[in-house]
Design a protein around this ligand. Structure first.
Ligand code: HEM
Length: 444
């Protein structure tokens, strides 16, 4: 194991720890009604918050804690510190809806409470690869606020791997992740060159060589990062109907599902398994991300509009000049609700609670996320796809299309719908452990 140049003992575990396989967990959302109660809660909780020092542990359980801007206000954070957070974070995800193209069906007016209400102050996420340890960690987390005045439980949502470790649309997910320079985590084949740590953790130089402005004092900002949390409802009926209407056999349906994503549902990338699924590749972390698009300049294997190619174009030649490594995110998404059902076809199936709590981490999360939502998800120009949007998470307009490049004639498929509907989201700050202690001790 390589040594790390980062202060791992101060950085929260989720920054480096991969989601276990299989995984179990719970998201807990809380409101702080009284600053003293909130600070007492943090004081009690901090000893149980895991650091990234032992990032390689897989089946252990860990508690992560994040705070919204409203949460920082409710804790009594000094005005000067509050003002030092980026404006987009202070406004919150709901207020940034236009910048995120969270409008219409995905707009905050349709979100589920408590999202977007300014009531979500603290978010706890408990992850584990072991069911018993998960339950124990949830109990530990609850014990820190259950009898405490001034802290109110708003929501608790269990999540976990579905059969075969698939998500709500039947895909294996959370495979492609950036390698972080100096973290001590050995890059996996295909992860590409390690990205500067400052892209993901505050207080270190980023890709441009500059340390980003941090929340003040430095003790509050350093070793922290930002988190984008988004709850999606998967419309499994609509997705299955789309596959059936556009493919005649089960094999064709699987190929179409793979074209939309860039990977077979097993996780095997189309670049390595272009004709037929190869589940052994999908299951192998040393092979399932080991590719670029050098041999697929026309998109015959992975369409330019596929979710995976949009979200990380790797070496694809883009119509708009940008450095793809400036838009990378760490993903720790979690699947909740009923398992994917390949026979679900009705509109009622669209409303059965199941989907993803999408979780992205970045030291400049708001900028990166708003860029991805606006330019790479809800537009097509950067890939010369015109008005086409991301088939997985795009907010689709009427008669939306998906193009599959083919020789001699491309195939244009109509009837793409908004298959994952946004039901809420928050911008959150993930403080370092020393920052959590600083916040807990505010007011003496
Ligand atoms: C319900 C919503 C979503 C679903 C079901 C979903 C599903 C997937 C799947 C199956 C993959 C391929 C396997 C993998 O590498 O993990 C993937 C990759 C990825 N997704 Fe999503 N995703 C969702 C939302 C988002 C959003 C909102 C973003 C960004 C704003 C995003 C960014 C990415 C990235 C960066 C990759 C990795 C690409 C690579 O490195 O090759 N996803 N997603």
């Amino acid at each position: 194991m390589a040594t790390s140049n980062l202060d791992l003992a101060d950085i929260q575990a989720t920054v480096l720890r991969y989601r276990p396989e299989p995984y179990y967990g719970t998201h807990v959302l809380l409101r702080i009604d009284d600053a003293r109660g909130g600070r007492e809660f943090l004081r009690r909780l901090v000893p149980h918050v895991a650091s990234a020092a032992d990032w390689w542990l897989r089946d252990d359980a860990w508690i992560a804690v994040t705070l919204s801007y409203a949460g920082l206000v409710a804790l009594g954070t000094p005005e000067q510190s509050l003002r030092s957070f980026p404006a987009s974070f202070r406004e919150g995800m709901a207020a940034r809806a236009e910048h995120l193209v969270d409008v219409g069906l995905n707009g905050p007016q349709n979100w589920e409470p408590p999202f977007g209400s300014s009531q979500v102050h603290v978010a706890l996420s408990i992850f584990s690869g072991d069911q018993l340890k998960w339950r124990q960690a949830v109990e530990t987390a609850w014990a820190q606020f259950r009898d405490l005045r001034g802290v109110t439980l708003l929501m608790s949502q269990d999540f976990g791997a579905q059969p075969g470790d698939r998500n709500s649309l039947g895909y294996k997910d959370t495979i492609g992740q950036p390698a972080i320079e100096g973290s001590g985590v050995e890059p996996l084949p295909g992860q590409g060159r390690p990205i500067k740590a400052g892209e993901f953790v505050l207080g270190y130089p980023g890709e441009t060589g500059v340390v980003l402005t941090m929340p003040q004092p430095d003790l509050l900002g350093r070793n922290g990062t930002y988190v984008g949390l988004r709850k999606y409802q998967s419309r499994v009926g609509a997705f299955n109907r789309f596959l059936r209407e556009n493919a005649n056999t089960a094999e064709e349906r699987e190929l179409l599902a793979a074209k939309l994503m860039g990977r077979w549902r097993s996780g095997a990338p189309l670049t390595l398994a272009p004709e037929r699924d190869d589940p052994a590749i999908g299951a192998d972390p040393r092979r399932n991300n080991d590719f670029d698009y050098a041999n697929d300049a026309h998109g015959y294997q992975v369409p330019f509009g596929a979710h995976m190619r949009r979200m990380n174009p790797r070496d694809t030649r883009l119509a708009q000049l940008t450095d793809v490594n400036l838009h990378r995110i760490i993903r720790r998404s979690t699947t909740y609700g009923a398992p994917y059902d390949p026979d679900a076809l009705s509109e009622r199936d669209d409303e059965i609670p199941r989907g993803l709590y999408f979780i992205a981490l970045s030291a400049k999360l708001m900028d990166t996320f708003e860029f991805l939502q606006r330019e790479w998800i809800n537009k097509g120009d950067f890939m010369t796809l015109g008005r086409e949007r991301d088939p997985t998470v795009g907010l689709q307009e009427n008669d939306a299309v998906f193009t599959i490049p083919k020789h001699p004639v491309r195939r244009r498929i109509h009837g793409i719908e908004t298959f994952n509907v946004l039901r809420g989201g928050e911008y959150l700050f993930m403080p370092s452990l020393s920052a959590l202690r600083w916040l807990a001790n505010l007011g003496g």
